[in-house]
Write a protein that binds this ligand. Structure first.
Ligand code: KG4
Ligand code: ZN
Length: 350
């Protein structure tokens, strides 16, 4: 079984081919990504209109390359999958329309993948994790703690009531004069900083529901920065270290509560899984590793290239759905919003 996957929901254009051998072993045959970071950097964030245009310019060439590198043809694929949302609608339309056209011409099933579901299922591709597991999905657009019980069976245990974690990293970086995207920059600065110099809040820590709130922390960093301005490079490093330490404490506290809730409602998790761009942060990974060991669980974190947006996770989610007999109508609409758990109460970030 072999599926072509296309991803265009944010600022990465990606196409990949993933297959599964008769013994069930998955294989990434190709995984092509073109990042638009340089196009958006002057604006300090993703500009939807620029993103959509950039996807249009490169998506067909990228699909061709993904097929070539996989040593396959469209005819040899069993289905074409694309992320149909949630995301920036202009970009979503580009990938979705491309996939529909390819599926129609090649007379293959078309699969509309939920981008969040693709992140959620990616540890099954990379680490063969069985259901159920607890997922912390943390990216620039999403922060969710999800009980993943099966393909299409997700219960959102917690989410952010304001900024996503990656977004908080990006905004903090911008405030401190660091380039976009801020996550890796803040992590690098934090390495030589003193995490205890500034007393920063740990929003929502200790609360019984595993939700997040990051905007107060970001504001606290801003107030400290204004108080001691002009900032030296040591000040920036200390603020980054303090911010990151606060995020780590919050992530660990919220995930611990989610684990408790998981055990009460969904049984024993097979693993703790972290995915999304923020999962590239080594300090956060180490803290989650300690938490998982404490709880007697395995921590699974896809390699960074499969944590950030990519085509392989879309192809994989498409494959998981295809082998369950699912496929979608060519009339499927793109969706700016598409919650993983339809029963979860809508929040600003659902
Ligand atoms: O999953 P992703 O590539 O795109 C989406 O947002 O869907 O995640 C990108 C986010 C950005 O906010 C970026 O700053 C953050 O992940 N990020 C990090 C690190 N690397 C990327 N945040 C903290 N530490 C990092 N090392
Ligand atoms: Zn993503």
């Amino acid at each position: 079984m072999r599926v072509l996957g296309i991803e265009t929901t944010c600022d990465e254009t990606a196409a990949a081919v993933v297959s599964v051998a008769p013994d069930g072993r998955p294989e990434i045959l190709s995984n092509e990504v073109l990042s638009q970071i340089e196009d958006h950097a002057p604006y300090g964030g993703v500009v939807p209109e620029i993103a959509a245009r950039a996807h249009v310019e490169v998506v067909d060439g990228l699909v061709k390359r993904a097929l070539e590198r996989a040593g396959t043809t469209l005819d040899q694929c069993d289905a074409v999958a694309a992320a149909a949302g949630p995301g920036l609608i202009g970009g979503v339309i580009v990938g979705l329309t491309t996939a529909k056209a390819l599926a129609m011409v090649a007379r293959k099933p078309f699969i509309a993948v939920n981008h969040l579901e693709a992140h959620a299922l990616s540890p099954r591709l990379t680490d063969g994790i069985g259901f159920p597991y607890l997922l912390l999905l943390a990216s620039g657009g999403h922060t969710q703690l999800v009980a993943v019980k099966g393909v299409g069976d997700y219960v959102r245990l917690g989410t952010t009531i304001d900024d996503a974690i990656g977004e908080a990293f990006d905004k903090t970086a911008k405030m401190l004069g660091l380039p976009y995207p801020g996550g890796p920059q803040v992590e690098q600065e934090a390495e030589r900083g003193d995490p205890e110099r500034f007393a920063l809040p740990r929003p929502l820590a200790g609360r019984p529901a595993p939700d997040f709130s990051l905007s107060g922390l970001k504001t606290a960093v801003r107030l400290e920065a204004e108080r001691i301005a002009p900032l030296t490079s040591k000040d920036v490093a200390d603020l980054c270290a303090g911010f990151q330490a606060a995020v780590v404490d919050v992530v660990v506290d919220r995930t611990r509560v989610a684990l408790r809730l998981f055990r009460e409602t969904a049984g024993h998790p097979q693993a703790l899984v972290v995915a999304g761009g923020v999962a590239a942060n080594q300090t956060i990974r180490r803290a989650l590793q300690r938490l998982a060991s404490e709880a007697g669980l395995r921590l699974a974190a896809p390699p960074p290239a499969l944590c950030t947006d990519n085509g392989a996770m879309i192809a994989w989610a498409g494959l998981e759905r295809l082998r369950m007999g699912a496929s979608d109508d060519l009339a499927t609409s793109p969706r700016a919003r598409w919650p993983l758990d339809p029963n979860a109460v809508a929040t600003a970030r659902a």
